[in-house]
Design a binder for this molecule. Structure first.
Ligand SMILES: C[S@@+](CC[C@H](N)C(=O)[O-])C[C@H]1O[C@@H](n2cnc3c(N)ncnc32)[C@H](O)[C@@H]1O
Length: 224
């Protein structure tokens, strides 16, 4: 992406972020665990700034998940890049894509087609722009049912923070051959069809200074 394009995208995403989080800024970030990839994320100095009550409330009302690369997303992206055979030539769906980090890693690792799914329209814009930045293309859907049936492999990083999503892992295996789930929130994840294949330390970027327990990411591989 050329400098003018970078600036334009940064402005576009900053405007989206500021409509909910005044004063926030998007910047280009490199990921400590995935140096192959860059993303437009919330500027790191915003996290360390002292926020007023109004800003904290705004951040809670509109959690801009897409403006962070979550520990699980970063660890899953690393895992996919280190195991390209899992995605090579396949149709992959990144469920709850946020910034698009896992889907972008799948595309870079040789997936034939990557569908990025998120219910937040701003996340779909961010994932599209992040994909462009990294020289790959993702197909965007706002609903699993628009693309889920076509996916051979489903990736999902940090979606179980919301208990309403607890049924998705079993649903994935009814619709795709396999699923790779990365999570640091659920202590005893025991879903039929899934087994733990890796455990890695990671951190959300920009660093939210989360508790150590949320830095240990488990990766589960599920087969039908
Ligand atoms: C914590 S973020 C993780 C983003 C990204 N996977 C990562 O690891 O950086 C969770 C994302 O899942 C999306 N999400 C949550 N529930 C969803 C659902 N039922 N369908 C689609 N997207 C969902 C949210 O909008 C958010 O962007």
């Amino acid at each position: 992406m050329q400098a003018a394009g970078l600036e334009h995208t940064q402005e576009l995403l900053t405007a989206r972020l500021r409509s909910h989080l005044p004063g926030a800024q998007v910047e280009l970030a490199s990921l400590p665990r995935v140096p192959e990839l860059r993303l437009f994320l919330l500027a790191s100095d915003f996290c360390s700034a002292t926020l007023g009550a109004e800003e904290i409330q705004a951040a809670m009302d509109y959690p801009a998940y897409w403006a962070f690369c979550w520990a699980s997303g970063q660890v899953l992206a690393r895992y996919v890049l280190d195991h390209p055979e899992l995605v090579r030539g396949r149709t992959v769906l990144d469920f709850g894509c946020g910034s698009g980090v896992a889907g972008i890693a799948a595309a870079l690792a040789g997936a034939a087609r990557v569908i990025a799914c998120d219910l937040d329209p701003d996340a779909l814009v961010a994932a599209r722009e992040n994909a462009r930045l990294n020289g790959v293309e993702l197909q965007m859907v706002s609903d699993f049912w628009q693309g889920g049936a076509e996916a051979e492999l489903i990736l999902a990083a940090d979606i179980l923070y919301d208990r309403a999503n607890m049924d998705w892992p079993s649903r994935f295996l009814r619709h795709a051959e396999a699923a790779l789930l990365a999570d640091s929130r659920i202590r005893n994840f025991r879903e039929p069809g899934y087994r733990k294949v890796a455990s890695r330390l990671g951190c959300t970027w920009p660093d939210l200074d989360e508790m150590d327990e949320f830095r240990k990411v488990n990766i589960y591989l599920g087969f039908t």
